[in-house]
Ligand binder design. Structure first.
Ligand SMILES: Nc1ncnc2c1ncn2[C@@H]1O[C@H](COP(=O)(O)OP(=O)(O)OP(=O)(O)O)[C@@H](O)[C@H]1O
Ligand SMILES: [Mg+2]
Length: 114
């Protein structure tokens, strides 16, 4: 099992949710976050003065998935989040040790089916 953590532009959230539903993700967790990548945010001009905006608003979507679905989900997120501009975001994939569905006690693969 893998945990996919994607950080991308808030304007792409609906498209990403549609795309991951389409490929069969059984659930998602969404957080509003702030962050920066290699440009370290950006500099904005407001009423003639320059303000450094160090942390830009992003959304973080976490999806736990079986290993055989991971590439499909990553591809779906990547395509839906892409605007071809800086700050489009990143997708992190990590090993996921276990999953427990609290209501039923089902674990791992059984806890991930939708
Ligand atoms: N190395 C990282 N570790 C943790 N979070 C990161 C990392 N890189 C990017 N992020 C998160 O992803 C968001 C978007 O990153 P961003 O797309 O700007 O990455 P980038 O490497 O600067 O690529 P680009 O040149 O396309 O902008 C950041 O605001 C931050 O929240
Ligand atoms: Mg960047």
């Amino acid at each position: 099992m893998k945990l996919i953590t994607a950080v991308f532009k808030p304007s792409r959230l609906d498209a990403v949710l549609d795309a991951v539903t389409e490929v069969g993700a059984s659930g998602v967790t969404v957080s509003e976050v702030r962050g920066y990548g290699r440009q370290h945010g950006k500099t904005e001009v407001y009423r003639g003065a320059e303000y450094e905006v160090r942390l830009l608003p992003k959304v973080k979507v976490e999806i736990a998935t079986s290993s055989d679905l991971v590439e499909k989900v990553v591809e779906a997120v990547s395509t839906a989040a892409n605007t071809n501009k800086i700050g489009d975001g990143k997708i992190f994939v990590s090993d996921l040790e276990s999953v427990l569905r609290i209501r039923t006690g089902e674990r791992d693969a059984a806890a991930l089916v939708g």
